[in-house]
Design a protein around this ligand. Structure first.
Ligand SMILES: CC(C)(COP(=O)(O)OP(=O)(O)OC[C@H]1O[C@@H](n2cnc3c(N)ncnc32)[C@H](O)[C@@H]1OP(=O)(O)O)[C@@H](O)C(=O)NCCC(=O)NCCS
Length: 143
């Protein structure tokens, strides 16, 4: 079955499911949760979700920053990884950015995800730095 990607509305039931998925993958293992401030900021961001059989299996958040976008909170449900869903979501997000005349997509990649971004055409910028006590690398791709 094919994953269908689309933009979802901030604050709706789909957004609530998307937040739950990314929180369970990105925050709970660190013993932390999204703060009310972090969630409130998302109202100014684009919400992307991948649906498989009507349930959300992948999410990303795109932050508009002038002529570039920051891609963050990128996750694929654990039991569905290595099936190319993450890479398909990259393509969707990049097309989404291009349609909005964005010239560059970038992210702060966790060290464990650097290979995934390299395979998707992103290049490392600068040195590793700590964010949430995890080594990260800024990675960028011209659209
Ligand atoms: C990073 C993440 C989003 C990737 O999602 P994914 O759906 O597994 O990504 P893909 O399937 O497109 O690619 C993953 C790997 O599978 C490989 N792959 C893709 N299709 C494949 C196939 N048909 N057969 C075998 N391998 C395949 C890719 O080459 C890639 O290899 P890598 O592990 O060396 O990078 C996912 O692992 C995840 O949610 N991780 C936890 C959260 C996280 O770290 N997010 C990023 C924060 S910066």
């Amino acid at each position: 079955m094919k994953t269908i990607f689309k933009e979802i509305n901030y604050g709706g039931p789909e957004w609530t499911s998307a937040v739950k998925l990314r929180e369970s993958i990105l925050r709970e293992p660190l013993g932390s949760w999204f703060t009310n401030e972090e969630l409130a900021e998302e109202k100014d961001h684009f919400q992307i979700a991948g649906f498989l059989d009507h349930s959300i299996v992948a999410t990303a958040v795109l932050v508009p920053e002038g002529n570039r976008m920051k891609m963050q909170r990128v996750v694929v449900k654990e039991d569905l990884r290595n099936l190319n869903i993450g890479s398909e979501m990259m393509r969707f997000c990049e097309q989404f950015g291009s349609d909005k005349h964005v010239a560059e997509m970038y992210c702060h990649a966790r060290d464990t995800a650097v290979n995934f971004y390299l395979k998707n055409g992103y290049e490392g910028v600068g040195d590793y730095f700590d964010e949430d006590a995890i080594p990260h690398l800024k990675m960028s791709k011209k659209l």
